[in-house]
Design a protein around this ligand. Structure first.
Ligand SMILES: [Zn+2]
Length: 327
């Protein structure tokens, strides 16, 4: 691919991230946090079940001011991160990294996936705690309004000529255009590492079970926040979004799918409230400032030279860390 001739060193993204992040991965935690606020928009039906045919549902308070009980569909934390890790691991293989890294058997402990998202110790080779914090996400609207049972026709039986009642099984799906406001927080990462995480989030499109046929998701990053603590949980974010939407639209929010723009506005409102309430300083990037980060990333990832330099930097960060850790 030809693309632009952006360099990593002079790229706007690196310059901005370098102001807030660490130059190298510390051996002991420094708790430099960057929170990525993500609106996950499902475009197709999806199966969000842990097992069996029912969606994962939790009864929680609707909002913080509107505090009646509401059953919400849960997007489990590992269902968010696992597909993003797979995107990253496929990319690593393209780069010739971590080819010996086996998720099921033995993780290598050296590739970006192991060093960022963590791996368990096998035989005294040390372990890495995940430096990407996540939490389960909650739907904004109630379970009853966003779910649909789909009857699966058991083809096997039909080919055998059988039409027995047992040939049909019901499974709960979420409907298209369901939103999950979520936050992923990276801890003590370098600029090149954060770009790797962002690439995974922005280029992963499939979540949930049977994801070759459904579960298409568009991830919108609404904000980046640099601080020394987690800013809020996903539940609090969803509750704040709910309160704002009720205030703006009233009970109409129960009638049909929400609009992406109104959810985005509600999330921005929630972020501003949280920044105002925070005890610690927070650098917040939203709107145009954030858009300049994304246009910088687009240029970088489309540039052969830029990509090469960024990945070289990432490899250097990891080599330096592994060396420091082995001492
Ligand atoms: Zn690995």
């Amino acid at each position: 691919m030809k693309g632009s001739n952006v360099t990593w060193k002079d790229c706007v993204v690196k310059k901005l991230l370098d102001q807030h992040l660490l130059e190298e991965i510390p051996k002991s935690p420094q708790r430099v946090y960057v929170s990525m606020v993500i609106l996950r928009e499902f475009h197709s039906t999806a199966v969000l079940t842990t097992e069996g045919q029912h969606l994962d549902v939790e009864m929680v308070r609707a909002g913080r001011t509107k505090n009646q009980l509401l059953s919400r569909v849960v997007l489990q934390k590992r269902k968010q991160v696992a597909p993003e890790r797979r995107t990253g691991r496929a990319f690593n293989r393209q780069m010739g990294w971590g080819e010996t890294c086996d998720y099921m058997k033995k993780m290598c402990g050296e590739c970006p996936d192991c060093l960022l998202y963590g791996f368990a110790a096998t035989s005294g080779d040390g372990a890495q705690r995940s430096r990407v914090l996540t939490d389960s996400g909650f739907s904004i609207r109630q379970y009853e309004a966003i779910q649909r049972s789909i009857t699966l026709n058991a083809i096997q039986d039909t080919t055998q000529g059988g039409i027995a009642g047992s040939a049909f099984a019901e499974r709960e799906h979420i409907r298209p255009q369901v939103f999950f406001p979520t936050i992923e927080t990276a801890i003590d990462v370098t600029s090149s590492e954060l770009v790797y995480i962002l690439r995974n989030i922005l280029s992963t499109t499939r979540y949930g079970a049977e994801s070759n046929r459904q579960g298409y998701v568009k991830n919108h990053i609404i904000g980046l926040l640099f601080t020394n603590t987690e800013i809020m949980s996903n539940l609090e974010l969803t509750q704040r979004v709910f309160d704002y939407l009720i205030q703006e639209k009233g009970e109409k929010i129960h009638e049909g799918p929400l609009e992406q723009e109104e959810v985005r506005q509600a999330m921005l409102h929630a972020l501003n409230e949280v920044v105002a309430d925070s005890y610690l300083p927070i650098q917040l990037y939203v709107g145009e400032e954030l858009e300049s980060v994304f246009s910088g990333l687009r240029q970088l990832w489309k540039s052969e030279e830029g990509n090469r330099e960024w990945l070289k930097n990432l490899a250097e960060d990891h080599q330096a860390y592994l060396k420091k850790r082995s001492k």
